[in-house]
Design a protein around this ligand. Structure first.
Ligand code: SF4
Length: 323
């Protein structure tokens, strides 16, 4: 069996976010945005990577400092700046994958042109206390964005966060919702089963992270519910060993960076690929993919702006070519 991963450079464009999730250690709300030259420096450091991972707070342009920063540089909306930075990544030979939070149809449509895939965690499809100060985490709002991405045929990453106050029934319900979206639109390329990891200084710093047993159960259920073309991803830097989760049905370990940390979980460094490979005991083959999964490459789910890079980087099966 094949387990996939991609090589990325992680670009946290801004930590300003309109939401305030009780477990988040990423949000700073300082109104700062990475300048073009800073983005360029990250892109230039990318080494072997094929993916430029743009992750940032949701709707940062609701913040006055960000609005002014954008206006000073001739941008009306944050999404316009993201579009330009995506294009910059392409000019550096990298395929963008953008996690922008909830977006409107016209915004998704614009970013589709310059992204190999995009992402939005569902987290959970039920209302939870940890999201009581996060308007963008209302389940119906997130489901709508994922649905519109499906109508626009954007290869899409979503997932659930385990251990944030939900129970097993809620998890199953959330996975069923994702499975329905995947069946209806065929665009869900991967579903992340992510364990909550407590962060000091947050409202949930004392909360218990989920057990390995709960993680295994969630991976098994995801594999049963989701279509075969949808990969199940587990984060290798957040669990002690990925082996039991791979045995339960996970077949992707997401993006690994040789040059940038996981800015969402900086206390958890990426494990070395060799170490991951050893932990799989020769029972699974680790294969590199692009930020767009092999089946979506084979089926041509990409636009003209990025076609050249995707075709140059992929082999006949849609994995990263080793030329
Ligand atoms: S988890 Fe994401 S949406 Fe929630 S506050 Fe942090 S950056 Fe914003």
């Amino acid at each position: 069996m094949i387990v996939t991963y991609s090589r990325n450079v992680f670009i946290p464009l801004t930590r300003t976010c309109r939401n305030s999730c009780h477990y988040c250690g990423f949000r700073k709300n300082d109104g700062k945005v990475m300048e073009r030259w800073e983005v360029e420096r990250f892109l230039a450091s990318a080494k072997n990577a094929t993916e430029a991972l743009f992750t940032f707070g949701e709707r940062p342009d609701e913040n006055d400092s960000v609005k002014k920063w954008l206006g000073d540089r001739g941008y009306e909306r944050f999404v316009d700046y993201v579009y330009d930075m995506n294009r910059l990544a392409i000019s550096h030979g990298l395929l963008p994958h953008t996690n922008a939070g909830v977006l409107e149809r016209n915004e998704l449509k614009r970013l589709r042109e310059v992204n190999a895939s995009m992402g939005l965690m569902l987290e959970q499809a039920v209302e939870l206390e940890c999201h009581s100060e996060s308007p963008g985490k209302k389940p119906e709002v997130r489901i709508k964005t994922i649905k519109v991405a499906g109508k626009l045929q954007i290869p899409f990453t979503t997932g659930i966060l385990i251990g944030i106050g939900e129970n097993r029934e809620d998890r199953m319900y959330s996975l069923e919702i994702i499975a329905d979206l995947a069946e209806n639109y065929g665009h869900i390329q991967e579903v992340i089963i992510q364990n909550f990891s407590p962060k000091p200084g947050t409202k949930m710093e004392g909360a218990e992270p989920p057990s390995l047993r709960e993680m295994i159960d969630a991976v098994r259920c995801a594999r049963e519910l989701l279509p075969e073309r949808t990969a199940i991803q587990v984060p290798p830097n957040l669990v002690d060993s990925i082996q039991p989760l791979i045995s339960a049905g996970a077949n992707d370990i997401g993006g690994i960076s040789e040059v940038t940390p996981d800015y969402i979980n900086p206390e958890h460094p990426w494990p070395q690929l060799k170490k991951i490979e050893r932990s799989l005991n020769g029972r699974y083959v680790l294969r590199e993919r692009l930020p767009i999964h092999p089946v979506f490459v084979r089926e041509g789910w990409y636009g003209e702006e990025i076609a050249g890079l995707i075709e140059a980087y992929s082999d006949d099966e849609g994995y990263r070519c080793l030329r």
